[in-house]
Design a protein around this ligand. Structure first.
Ligand SMILES: Cc1ncc(COP(=O)(O)O)c(C=O)c1O
Length: 433
């Protein structure tokens, strides 16, 4: 058999056996219903096999294609793949510290406004770079900070607003963007949980200087591990690429040389003139790139993105209807889409109105095989990791604490159907009543 024939045979074999390899039925009451999960099929197996037989190993044709197609979905010009959503946040933050930004470069001691209720790696990179978090509260129904909360927290030291669209429900990034622009403040939208969400018909992420995204299996599409940093700004994209790729000045993709056409003509730092541009470093960087295996999976998932988003919306609406029909809105604060936005839900968030019952309710649900999750870190300032960190809390974090103490979420991911959601609703009813 020729190499080409063998390749084709392996790819066909992977595609045709995807049902055997990839499917798993979840039977309510018998199997655990995870709060999040991946949906994969023939295309994912096919592309992964193609990436395997390519044996390219690092970023390659699949990552190139993904980096081309992905920002187009958002209406943005540039998108860089990285190895996680956390790395995307790190890359975006690091790029904003570049001395190439002159006076606007972020420096230790600068203040960054962020909600206290969220995921640690939205704000972790800022702490690592010596910025001071200023934690604001969130709204109880949307789990998002409002523009008014952010505006009240601004001081002359505020240089960045970096915040996530909570569980796929957008905060008003359009208004936050206007505010930041008027004050010369950088704005990073963490869209890790919100791929496909919109504000006034525009994709979240287009309002900030950077948008970040995660492809961990819990998220809207997956690469296993993976993430992306997106921007419309050519200079910011180049800076992000530098930090992602070892800090180098050169921007050639793997396997390519002389993209700048001046590989041996540069004179930078104290290096001799003509030092190979491939080995000139303008930043203290990282290596946060993906492999082509990850990108191949992501590319297959991209083909299903619209279907995934619709299914998440449909499931969210259905579960809300079930809980209301059971009269549970008496006992529960149900999630509400932020006015003027179209969420792309990550999970179904519930806050128990009566304090002190969360542990009992969550344990009952888990026992009846309904998976639950908390809103990540709850109140970040209460986490052991934040002990000793220099931060400030300008206003009391009432709703954040309520969410930390009495909130949890259940799944509405595309692998679930009304069959699962009916069961989840009745189990919530038994656990709460
Ligand atoms: C809002 C938010 N930001 C960042 C991340 C980090 O993404 P990753 O797990 O890909 O590092 C997550 C993870 O779920 C998240 O929810």
């Amino acid at each position: 058999m020729s190499e080409q024939e063998l390749r084709e045979k392996l790819i066909i074999l992977a595609r045709e056996n995807s049902d055997v390899l990839g499917s798993r039925q979840i039977v309510p009451g018998k199997d655990y219903i995870p709060p999040s999960g991946k949906v994969v099929g023939a295309r994912e197996f096919e592309y992964l096999m193609q990436a395997s037989v390519d044996m390219w190993l690092t970023a390659g044709r699949f990552s190139d294609e993904f980096e081309k197609r992905f920002p187009e979905i958002w209406g943005l010009k540039h998108g860089l793949l990285v190895n996680s959503g956390s790395s995307a946040n790190l890359t975006a933050l690091a790029a904003l510290t570049s001395s190439k930004l002159g006076d606007r470069a972020l420096k230790p001691g600068d203040e960054v406004i962020t909600p206290a209720c969220g995921f640690p790696t939205t704000i972790g990179p800022a702490v690592q770079y010596g910025l001071k978090p200023v934690f604001v509260d969130v709204d109880l129904e949307t789990q998002n900070a409002t523009v008014e909360m952010i505006e009240r927290a601004i001081t002359p030291k505020t240089k960045l607003v970096m915040m996530a669209h909570a569980l796929g429900n957008p905060f008003r990034a359009d208004k936050v963007s206007e505010l930041c622009k008027s004050k010369g403040i950088w704005f990073v939208e963490d869209c890790c949980d919100a791929l496909g969400a919109e504000i006034g018909g525009k994709h979240v992420g287009v309002f900030g200087d950077f948008a970040t995204c995660s492809f961990y299996p819990a998220h809207h599409i997956t690469m296993g591990e993976g993430g992306a940093v997106l921007t419309n700004n050519y200079q910011l994209n180049k800076l992000a690429m530098s930090f992602r790729d070892w800090g180098r000045d050169c921007y050639c993709p793997p396997g390519v040389s002389d993209s700048c056409g001046a590989r041996y003509c540069w004179k930078l730092g104290d290096l001799p003139k003509g030092y190979d541009h491939k080995y000139i470093y303008s930043h203290i960087g990282y290596n946060l790139k993906v492999t082509d295996f990850q990108a191949s999976l992501g590319l297959a998932q991209l083909e299903r993105l619209n279907g995934f988003i619709s299914k998440r919306r449909e499931n969210h609406a259905y579960l809300e209807k079930c809980l209301k029909e059971l009269g549970l809105d008496e006992e529960l604060v149900l999630p509400k889409a932020t006015a003027g936005t179209a969420p792309s839900w990550f999970g179904f968030f519930i806050t128990l109105k009566q304090p002190g019952r969360r542990l009992e309710v969550v344990q009952k649900l888990e026992k009846s095989l309904v998976g639950t999750r908390l809103l990540f870190a709850g109140n970040l300032t209460k986490q052991p990791a934040f002990r000793g960190v220099d931060y400030s809390i300008p206003e009391v974090l009432t709703n954040t604490d309520k969410i930390m103490n009495d909130g949890f979420w259940v799944g509405i991911w595309p692998g679930l159907s009304t069959y699962h959601l009916d069961y989840i609703a009745t189990q919530i009813f038994s656990a709460v009543r």
